[in-house]
Design a protein around this ligand. Structure first.
Ligand SMILES: *Cc1c(COP(=O)(O)O)cnc(C)c1O
Length: 221
């Protein structure tokens, strides 16, 4: 089993007194490692791949809060809805529409975060400023979707000033959303390499993989 008790405690300590949620990102990692952190009290886990997600859920305790943090294809929405606690990567109106459709059919209310494009890389997903403004101007088309806040990913760069500016951009988007939905207060930002900056910039939810579980091996993906 490869769990890192020191790293876990270190991350928790870095919250200071702040109300921050830690999502342990367990993609590509075995059931035993997840169970190890579960046994230490961790309940929030994040997965990226639908197939892996639906295989892991039944093998682990039922009170785990499963976060879907990857890019979600519309044709896979239905598979994850019964198990997911929070979908982080909602990055288009079409995806919102699909979640609404499937959630209504299953009589569920699904919690989501709106992913905002804050990086300089074209490869990242998310709403830009103009699209975000349009979506949040009227949330009535999605009664079975509960928008809980925003999520973003910074650029992969050593330029920490840039990372900080990108997180500030997300914080700004959060304030825009809060102006129309005052309980949508989650700001999901910060990963292994940049979570301390994210916490300084107002993150309320960090998504940590490799610091907790070790480097990932994608050779089977
Ligand atoms: C994999 C992943 C993480 C965790 O990344 P680490 O750098 O290993 O902490 C966080 N967020 C998203 C969206 C991811 O895909």
């Amino acid at each position: 089993m490869a769990i890192n008790v020191d790293a876990y405690q270190q991350i928790k300590k870095s919250f200071g007194g702040k109300q921050v949620q830690l999502v342990a990102v367990s993609k590509t990692k075995p059931i035993e490692d997840i169970q190890g952190y579960y046994d230490m009290g961790q309940r929030d886990f994040g997965e990226n791949y639908v197939q892996e997600f639906v295989e892991k859920v039944p093998a682990l305790p039922a009170d785990i809060r499963w976060h879907f943090i990857g890019h979600l294809q519309r044709n896979k929405v239905k598979q994850i809805l019964p198990h997911v606690y929070l979908i982080h990567g909602v990055d288009s109106e079409r995806l919102l529409n699909e979640i609404q459709k499937e959630a209504a059919k299953a009589n569920l209310k699904i919690r989501v975060l709106l992913q905002v494009f804050i990086a300089q890389e074209e490869t990242k997903f998310g709403f830009d400023q103009a699209e975000l403004s349009v979506v949040i101007s009227d949330l009535t088309p999605w009664p079975n979707v509960e928008i809980m806040g925003v999520m973003g990913m910074s650029s992969l760069t050593d330029n920490l000033a840039q990372v900080r500016a990108e997180f500030q951009h997300l914080k700004h988007a959060s304030q825009q959303l809060l102006a129309v939905k005052n309980d949508a207060n989650i700001i999901s930002m910060g990963m292994s390499s940049d979570y301390t900056i994210a916490l300084e910039e107002g993150s309320t939810m960090i998504r940590i993989g490799s610091v907790l579980f070790g480097a990932r091996d994608y050779s089977n993906k």
